[in-house]
Write a protein that binds this ligand. Structure first.
Ligand code: SAM
Ligand code: ZN
Length: 149
């Protein structure tokens, strides 16, 4: 698949396609060494930029290497990440034109450090965290306030 890394209006650099991609096409693997969640926390706690993806088993983290790990986040993505066996792949969510930046929704969770989103989409929710995780954090803050009164 002809993909290039170049400067992105979203963040630093991103991945762009030089040819059209069809909806549902498997684009590239999110590949890299694997580690436990604890090891990833130990290595990257507080890092401003990471390349981590947590597999659905809830235990394994891929420390992304190569093009697949360079996709930026968007709240209105044209790609999604999905697992086939124990491998994570980027798939096209819709037809993508030549020249478009490839973006997926990171739906981050399990952290409380700020992660503001700069995807620029009218649908932007303002954060790289998932809606579910944000709702959980709001409930946690509300409970803390009740306890403090
Ligand atoms: C896997 S890297 C993506 C490639 C990155 N742009 C680069 O130049 O290395 C993930 C990091 O990019 C940044 N990032 C990606 N999408 C973003 C967005 N929509 N808004 C703000 N920062 C973003 C965050 O710092 C995130 O931790
Ligand atoms: Zn956004």
């Amino acid at each position: 698949m002809p993909l290039v890394v170049r400067p992105s209006s979203i963040h630093s650099v991103g991945v762009f396609t030089t040819t059209p991609i069809r909806k549902d096409e498997r684009i590239i693997e999110y590949a890299g060494p694997r580690m436990t969640r604890e090891e990833a926390d130990r290595r990257y706690d507080g890092a401003p930029r990471t390349y981590l993806y947590g597999l659905e088993d809830g235990k394994t983290i891929i420390d992304g290497e190569g093009l697949g790990a360079y996709l930026n986040h968007s709240c209105d993505p044209n790609c999604e990440i999905d697992e086939v066996g124990k491998r994570a792949w980027i798939f096209a969510l819709r037809d993508i034109a030549a020249g478009e930046e490839l973006v997926w929704d990171y739906n981050l969770y399990d952290d409380e450090s700020p992660a503001p989103c700069r995807c620029g989409s009218p649908k932007c929710r303002g954060t790289l965290y998932s809606r579910e995780w944000m709702a959980k954090m709001r409930r946690k803050t509300a409970r803390k306030k009740i306890k403090a009164t």
